[in-house]
Write a protein that binds this ligand. Structure first.
Ligand SMILES: Nc1ncnc2c1ncn2[C@@H]1O[C@H](COP(=O)(O)OP(=O)(O)OP(=O)(O)O)[C@@H](O)[C@H]1O
Length: 405
């Protein structure tokens, strides 16, 4: 008992210590340089970088978890997630002082990273479950909801970044075979955007046809504004991230289109325009699924906002087409992770355009990372902000001016 207490105390001290450091954001170019060995890309160097950087990233987000409202922290799923983080942090810290690692240490380190990655593979669902537990037990008032939204954006972004570091190290130096010889870890230096679009479309179409027996066709237009002769539209990027965003957008566009034309045997096709400019590579996906009222636009990027029926929890055989409300917020994080963005513009009564923006220049595609500091911690403690704009009130001739709260 006393040993466990001391261990927890020691972990807390180390988390405090590492949380004082700012995570070091890398660019895609730095990841690539490191992976091809042009700039000190050795397993030793990667080990030395990660032995400090991973505890820093973990500690920064663990401090934010600890600032969540008490009743949320005590939800079983949130405690479970916190335990996973503490466990992984403790495992990493064991390598804290290894200054000239032997081959065995390097192998143990790579194996441990794989374990950590596996341990954390269900973090998104488990944290989401924790929020649902809170909602069911106490309900969530709007100020708490805003803080949770703020936290989840940072928490999931931190997770994306930690997995990126782990994947790069294990794919480049671990025993796991790289899936594609051209790839540098999980980065494709010549990622053909059209191919990823086609892949995501085909898989979303398969799901859509399963549910609705019909799916929209696709028309793709590619434009390379900087190389009109070659016309090829490729970019240095992480294909799995791009696939994730496109798959979510296709599912949404297909569902909206098919539901807007419920009786049609043929529905309007989707259009994708891929354009590579000097700074931005833009992918625009247009549908004619009836659009979204402006009053709902702000809700779309909220975790758990969905107009789809909640998927059945027991139905593990087929993946649902929609229903968790995580598709858009998570996809936007993937886009923003390397300084891109995901924006929707919509015409109610007609359809929606979704834009994915990616950085063309890989040295401008820097990681966007949450930093735990006083500004961040204030968000968790601040009182409910008072609205400083008027809000509509039911009118009656007997209304008199109201005193401000
Ligand atoms: N292209 C679109 N046209 C119309 N409505 C859309 C479109 N894209 C998103 N929406 C609306 O935004 C909501 C949230 O989308 P989001 O992708 O975040 O979650 P979801 O698709 O409902 O569930 P999942 O987490 O399984 O993706 C959808 O339920 C839908 O109401």
């Amino acid at each position: 008992m006393r040993i466990t207490c001391r261990l927890l105390q020691r972990t807390a001290q180390l988390v405090d210590h590492y949380s004082q450091y700012t995570p070091l954001a890398l660019s895609i170019q730095q990841f690539v340089d490191f992976g091809v060995g042009t700039k000190s890309g050795s397993q030793d160097a990667s080990f030395h970088f990660l032995q400090k950087e991973l505890p820093v990233r973990l500690a920064n987000i663990m401090k934010e978890i600890s600032l969540l409202p008490d009743n949320l922290l005590h939800m079983p799923s949130v405690s479970l997630v916190m335990n996973w983080y503490e466990q992984s942090f403790r495992e990493l810290i064991q390598f804290e002082t290894a200054s000239s690692p032997s081959e065995k240490t390097l192998n143990d380190f790579a194996d441990m990273l794989c374990h950590i990655r596996n341990r954390h593979s269900n973090v998104v669902e488990t944290m989401a479950q924790g929020i649902l537990e809170l909602k069911e037990a106490y309900g969530i008032e709007s100020s708490t909801e805003n803080r949770i939204q703020y936290f989840l954006d940072r928490f999931y972004m931190s997770r994306i970044s930690i997995r990126m570091l782990i994947n790069q190290h294990t794919l480049i130096f671990g025993s796991q075979l790289a899936t594609h010889p051209r790839h540098i870890g999980c980065i494709d230096p010549n990622c053909n955007v059209k191919h990823v679009v086609e892949d995501a479309y085909e898989n979303a179409k398969f799901l859509c046809e399963q549910y609705y027996l019909v799916a929209p066709d696709l028309h793709i237009e590619c434009k390379n504004a900087t190389d009109k002769v070659n016309g090829d539209v490729s970019i240095v990027y992480v294909p799995s991230h791009l696939y994730h965003m496109l798959f979510e957008l296709f599912k949404n566009a297909m569902r909206a289109t098919v539901e807007y034309f419920p009786k049609a045997t043929e529905v309007p096709r989707l259009k994708v325009m891929i354009c590579k400019g000097v700074e931005d590579l833009t992918i625009k996906l247009s549908d004619q699924g009836g659009g979204i009222p402006r009053s709902k636009l702000d809700l779309l990027f909220q975790y758990m906002y969905s107009t789809a029926p909640e998927p059945s929890r027991s139905d593990s055989i087929s993946a649902p087409l929609a229903g968790y409300g995580y598709g858009l917020p998570l996809s936007r994080l993937y886009a923003r992770y390397f300084q891109g963005d995901l924006v929707l513009s919509t015409v109610e009564g007609h359809g929606t355009d979704a834009h994915i923006y990616l950085k063309v220049l890989s040295d401008e595609a820097n990681e966007l990372l949450p930093v735990y500091n006083r500004t961040a911690s204030k968000v968790y403690h601040s009182d409910t902000p008072i609205n400083d704009w008027s809000s509509p009130q039911p009118w009656s001739p007997t209304n008199t001016p109201q005193r401000k709260p």
